[in-house]
Design a protein. Structure first.
Length: 447
């Protein structure tokens, strides 16, 4: 059976062992039935059975959720420069840990630390797998077996089970909470310092905001206290950024340079949030502390591979020319996109969408507000426009059925349902041609 011509294309795609396995299952399922020898039927059956194995599990999608940095959809899209650098590093041996001038062993951090120093003003820098790893490593390196002081207003949980108290425990540190949920004063920190204190930590409460009767202690005040007591001051910036987002009319997010200038000793932030690079955790700060952090054995377990280091280096290089970031870095390009531009795109797409819906539902254009995502600025602030679909006939399975039909397209389209409407926020639609090209395959029941 494996020699049947009808099976040749499947063997080419999936390889002989998987097809032989599928054929055994076919023979088993059809034992004694007349069509067991039907070549075409067998080929169709085997193709369907193997489809899950021959199509990749991680697939490209359209993120039209309105959240630019969507963690579940892979956060930042890389710049072409970063993609090229990553591909080149995958194809050939590289100078990952090799110093060409001396022909001796080099340091993998040397590819990115000069850039991070230049872009943040810090004395030294290192990088690990992600920001969660950076926080874990910093705490373990500087405070294992000892106490770290954190404000109760900053004991955050972010998605994916990252909780400051848990990370603290796993890093082998004892958390000392100070202040209250809404108010923490400098004297609270001062009173908590004792012989076992190893560090003071600030956490940017990136995914929530406390409003009303609130008080937190500014970095500058904490710096004076930490200096006086000879304690390192650590800050987890979360998203962090290397440029002032106000350049593009967005609200201010703390930059790593500001944190360093304020006197924070060690600052950690993510590579694939606002920075717009590959997943990574960046650590910048005082030279003596960064050296201790980089020497910690955990660093070896959390380090970056050559592919991501190449992409990170290329991304950081783009920051040397901030005036062109909005052109070259997809994250900034999406965030900076003017609403009028998005509206014009919506108007171009609406007729084709209406045609594809074949009266199964009504579509229009509506103003919406999107989010940066990944913990940066946890409010809906990005004025945008969406294709808004509502009122599908009951035959179509309602809005959920419609959303499902869009997810079953060759490149699944992911939107957001709110107020009985399926919204496709177009801020992040870069590849308009690919979106349009598949619309006629939308499988809806005409109303
Ligand atoms: C996102 C975030 C983290 C975790 O960063 P990853 O790069 O996702 O590991 C840690 N702390 C804060 C404040 C964050 O916003």
């Amino acid at each position: 059976m494996a020699n049947w011509p009808a099976l040749a294309p499947l063997i080419e795609r999936a390889g002989r062992p998987l097809v032989v396995e599928a054929l055994r299952a076919w023979a088993e399922a059809r034992r004694g039935e007349p069509d067991v020898a039907d070549e075409a039927a067998c080929a169709r059956w085997c193709t369907a059975r193997l489809s899950g194995l021959v199509t990749p599990s991680q697939r490209r999608v359209f993120n039209l959720t309105g959240t630019v940095l969507h963690t579940n959809l892979g956060r930042a899209l890389l710049a072409e420069e970063a993609i090229e650098a990553a591909v080149a590093a995958m194809r050939a041996p590289t100078t990952l840990e090799y110093d060409l001038s001396g022909g001796a062993r080099g340091e993998r951090d040397d590819h990115i630390s000069p850039w991070l120093r230049r872009l943040t003003g810090a004395e030294a820098a290192t990088a690990v797998n992600n920001n969660a790893a950076a926080v874990l490593l910093v705490l373990n390196a500087l405070a294992v077996g000892r106490e770290v002081i954190v404000s109760r207003g900053e004991l955050i949980e972010i998605g994916g089970a990252f909780r400051i108290p848990d990370i603290m425990a796993r890093a082998g540190c004892r958390l000392v909470e100070v202040g209250t949920t809404n108010r923490t004063h400098l004297k609270d920190y001062a009173a908590a310092i004792g012989p076992d204190t190893a560090a003071i930590m600030k956490v940017h409460p990136s995914n929530y905001a406390i409003e009303g009767f609130t008080k937190s202690v500014a970095a500058a005040e904490l710096v004076a206290l930490a200096r006086e007591k000879g304690l390192p001051l650590i800050e987890d910036l979360g998203s962090g950024t290397l440029v002032d987002l106000e350049t593009w009319g967005l609200p201010h997010e703390p930059t790593a340079r500001e944190a360093i200038a304020a006197g924070i000793d060690v600052v950690t932030f993510s590579g694939d949030k606002l920075l717009g690079g590959p997943q990574a955790g960046l650590v910048v700060g005082r030279k003596d502390l960064i050296e201790r952090i980089a020497r910690n054995p955990m660093k070896r377990a959390l380090r970056l591979d050559k592919v991501r280091l190449a992409a990170l280096e290329a991304t950081l290089r783009l920051y040397a020319d901030p005036g062109r970031l909005a052109e070259r870095l997809p994250t900034i390009r999406s965030l900076a996109r003017p609403a009028a531009d998005i509206r014009a795109q919506a108007e171009r797409l609406l007729p084709g969408l209406r045609k594809a819906l074949r009266s199964a539902a009504e579509a229009g254009i509506e103003p919406v507000r999107g989010q940066i995502g990944s913990g940066a600025l946890p409010v809906d602030l990005l004025a945008s426009f969406a294709l808004a679909i509502r009122g599908p006939g009951r035959k179509g399975g309602g809005l959920d059925g419609l959303a499902d039909a869009f997810r079953r397209l060759p490149i699944p389209v992911i939107g957001r349902i709110a107020d009985n409407t399926l919204y496709f926020d177009l801020r992040t639609l870069d590849d308009e041609a690919a979106f349009v090209a598949q619309l006629d395959q939308l499988d809806v029941v005409a109303g």
